[in-house]
Structures are given as structure tokens and as C-alpha cells.
Design a protein around this ligand. Sequence first.
Ligand code: FVH
Length: 297
Amino acid sequence: MSNNTQVSVLGLGEMGRALAAALLAAGQPTTVWNRTAAKGDELVARGASRADSVEAAVTAGPVVIVCLLDHGSVLETLEPVAGQLAGRTVVNLTTGTPAQAEELSAWVTGHGADFLAGGIMAIPTTVATPDAFFLYSGQQRVFDAHRDVLEVLGEARYLGADTGLASLYDLALLSGMNLMFEGFHHAVAMATSRTEGTAADFTGLLVRWLVNMARVLPAFAAEVDAERESGAEPRLVQTLDLQIAAMANIVDASRAAGVDPAHLELSLAGLRDLLGQGHVVAGAPTAVRRLRLAGPM
Ligand code: FVH
């Protein structure tokens, strides 16, 4: 659902263009600005208003969506128009750290504007489809005021008043994705180290295995929340001896297959640390606590 609010989009890279296109498709009056103006041509042909300057974009309406390369480019773009921000709402969808979101929020609100921090859990082709979801944090009042516009881009999930939360969840989700991709690369390198079989054949098995294993994560999460390591899935609670033996096998077989086992050796060292600290089993709560640099074991 959209409304007649004028929305300005700053940044027309791959993602910014997808966001602006979704707003236009929903009938939202949309102004676009990009450092390299030509990237807006197609959007203008579809009905967007082109702003020739950041100032013209910001002053075109009450809602400014920012989707630029990084935090530095956001500051560089907004600082010259600080005096024009008062009374508007800035929604930052540029990927950044929680500290950067908090810094930007303080700066924007310090100039009399409202601020929402966002995280995009989509790729350009899934924007405005059921696969897309967007994370937001900041004042609930600001989210509620603009929710209908934000829902045009994809499911809008409000996480809370803690401004850094959307960035934290965004980067945590990306860390899970990146480690999964690393796992995929490692598994494929191992599986294709002999002449039989293709990466495609093997990946069919890998996807089936990972999907099955992903189903246990909510049970692990419940254990983390409850700070205990027993109960829900007993077949998954393995002794550290068993986990170490299994990991050592993977490391040895990787090396024998000519695949660099370095990141798995780190995991193996972590398991051995836990054993050295007197743990007998190590479920998700212990593993999570081990990763916390300053956390208690
Ligand atoms: N693309 C994706 O799949 C991901 C999905 C998850 C979220 N990300 C984040 O979205 C932000 C923008 O990403 P993008 O894909 O649009 O990135 P690019 O196509 O590389 O466009 C970058 C835009 O930033 C402009 N820009 C760069 N530096 C400056 C600067 N100093 N001042 C003003 N604008 C700047 C650039 O302008 P131009 O090069 O076209 O003139 C583009 O508009 C990003 O945070 C992702 O992490 C996307």
C-alpha cells in the first residue's frame, strides 16, 4: 500500500534503482538523485522526477531514502544539506555498522529531522517481492508514520528503538550467509578434488543436507536463550571428544584432497580449548559464549 507522500531516493546504484522503481510501480510520487545523473534516466522515463542536486532532492518532500555505497558516502552527501533536513524523515538503507547508524542518527536528529536506520534483506531483483524483507530501528513513532511507504519495498520489520539494531541484525544475517558460502566453497573444493562427479551433482546433496540441518537451529536458539545445553534435541548433543574427532577427520581429509583447512583448523582449536577448560559436551550456548570476546565462559 502506498500513499501520496513525496519520497526522494538518494543513490541510484543497483539497489537504489530497484527501490525507486518499486516506489514508482506502486504509484508513489518519487524524486531521484544520483551523483552520476544518467543512472536515473530510465526511472525518469517511468515517471520519476529528477533532482539536479542533493538539495533539490531533499527539499522535494518529507521522506528521504538514502541508499549509497557506504557510511562515508552518506555523510559526504548529506553534510552539505544539513540546513535543509529539519522537519523531514531520513531513512538510511545504506549498509553500515551499528556505531555508524547511531552516529548518523545523532547527526540527523541534531539537525531537526527524524531518522530510521534500515537494513535491506533483499537483492535488487527481489525488492518488492515476498522474498524481500527490510529491518528498521529507531523511534517507533517514525516507523509507524511511514510504514505504508516502507512496505512498498518489501516486508517492513520494526526491531525496536535501539537505533543500531537494524544494522546489527543486518550484519549478523550477512555473517551467517557468508559463512554458509564459505562452507559451500570448501565442500565443493573437497568433493570435486577427484575426477568423478560435478559441483552441480554434489550441490544437490549439499542443499538437501543444509536444509535438513537448518531445521535444528530454532532448537539451538532456544537452548541459547535458556542458557542450557540439554533436552530439546538429544541426538545433536555430542561429546566434545566426538566433535573433535569429527573435525580432525574433516581437516585431515581436506588437506589430503589439496584443500586449505585453515578455517576449520580454527574451529578445531576452539573445540580443543573448550575441552581444555573442562567441558565434556559443548552445545550451542557454550559455542556462542566461546565466540564472545569479553563474555564469561
Ligand atoms: N546490491 C545488493 O544486492 C545489496 C543488497 C543488500 C544491501 N546492499 C546495500 O545497498 C547499498 C547500495 O548498494 P548498490 O547495490 O546500489 O551499490 P552500487 O550499485 O555500487 O551503487 C553505489 C551507489 O553509491 C553512490 N556513491 C558512491 N560513492 C559516493 C559518494 N562519495 N558520493 C555520492 N554517491 C556515491 C554511487 O553513485 P555513482 O557511482 O553512480 O555516481 C551509487 O549510486 C550498499 O550499502 C549495499 O551494501 C545492496
